[in-house]
Design a protein around this ligand. Structure first.
Ligand SMILES: [Zn+2]
Length: 338
């Protein structure tokens, strides 16, 4: 576990808290920029018994050893509960699991852990990720602990959607924003990871490198390209055939592709540029004049609603067919006028 290349500045800010460490720190910022990695690295540094000259974890002491093995007695990572989840480790179940909540029992367990004194005489650290996954009873339980934190207790909350946290919790956290990495640093890192088409992956991920890495798989690149190829030819797009071909693709993924494509259509009409799919810029420019702008806005709203049910559509194929049918109509909605 090491610091990511774009985390230098935020690492200094976190380190600057030392000496007057708040009981709760909220690390916020967009998904896929490595907030969890950073939070874990910081926790490891706080627990390290022989930190280096920049307060980085030494990686060799007994505390670092425990941390690396995931069993430091003064550290707890709280994530959405996956117990009771059925199915295999397929992509779909990973997505389902990531939608689950952090429940009140998990926060109560945390209180029990915090009520025992530190094993190593240092900090006791609770890392909650993502903090916005806490349901209301869990957030209330956490609030009680935040109101009367024990000595040496540090909460690190990581969140992509801090606005979903109750104001009462937010007000008790020292907030630190992780900004989007510099594109050069992000692309360099992606190249080091062996990512195919790092620039395009980064654009598709809205500048978030860890998210971009997930888009760099060669097979993924091809399936995405085939799909966008079909969107670029609305005249010949056959929703039934295409939905059939997409059966192995998660419905949530299809919605995301449609959202980014339509966002680019709107962005091109309004601001003259595409953001997510620069490799399709010319073809987006060819489709854009045929699309009706108010219709595009309505369709984007439909996609937001579709994203909510995309984890468990009753029938994935019909779900995709419906969305593609509406897209085909939309992409030809101004044809009669031109
Ligand atoms: Zn150490």
């Amino acid at each position: 576990m090491s610091l990511l290349p774009w985390h230098g500045e935020i690492w200094e800010r976190l380190n600057g808290l030392k000496g007057r460490l708040p009981h709760a720190v909220l690390l916020k910022g967009r998904m896929g920029i490595g907030k969890l990695t950073l939070a874990q690295y910081w926790a490891k540094a706080l627990l390290c018994e022989k930190p280096g000259q920049w307060d980085e974890p030494c990686g060799r002491c007994v505390a670092c050893g425990w941390f690396q093995q995931g069993n430091h007695p003064d550290f707890r990572l709280v994530e959405p509960d996956s117990s009771g989840e059925e199915g295999t480790e397929s992509g779909e179940s990973r997505v389902k699991r990531s939608r689950q909540h952090i429940g009140v029992e998990q926060i109560r367990d945390l209180s029990d852990f915090l009520n025992v004194s530190s094993h190593r005489g240092g900090f006791r650290i609770a890392l909650i990720h993502p903090a916005d996954a806490m349901n209301a009873p869990a957030a209330n339980a956490l609030l009680k602990t935040l109101e009367e934190p024990g000595a040496g207790t540090v909460f690190i909350l990581v969140s992509h959607h801090p606005q979903r946290l109750p104001a009462t919790v937010l007000s008790r956290c020292h907030q630190i924003s992780a900004t989007r990495p510099d594109p050069g640093a992000a692309q360099g890192w992606l190249k080091e990871q062996g990512a195919a088409e790092p620039e395009l992956c980064l654009a598709e991920a809205g500048g978030a490198p860890l998210a971009a890495l997930e888009f760099s798989d060669v097979e993924y690149r091809q399936v995405r390209k085939n799909f966008l190829d079909a969107l670029a030819k609305p005249k010949t797009l056959d929703p039934i055939v295409l939905a059939d071909r997409l059966q192995k693709v998660e419905p949530a993924r299809i919605v995301l592709w449609l959202q980014k494509w339509c966002y680019d259509l709107a962005s091109l009409r309004l601001a003259g540029r595409v953001r997510y799919n620069p490799d399709f810029a010319e073809r987006i420019a060819a489709v854009a004049p045929g699309t009706d702008l108010p219709g595009l806005t309505r369709y984007l709203r439909t996609l937001v609603a579709a994203q909510r049910v995309a984890q468990h559509p009753l029938n994935s194929r019909l779900f995709a067919e419906d969305l593609l049918l509406s897209y085909r109509e939309l992409a030809q909605s101004r044809r009669g006028n031109s």
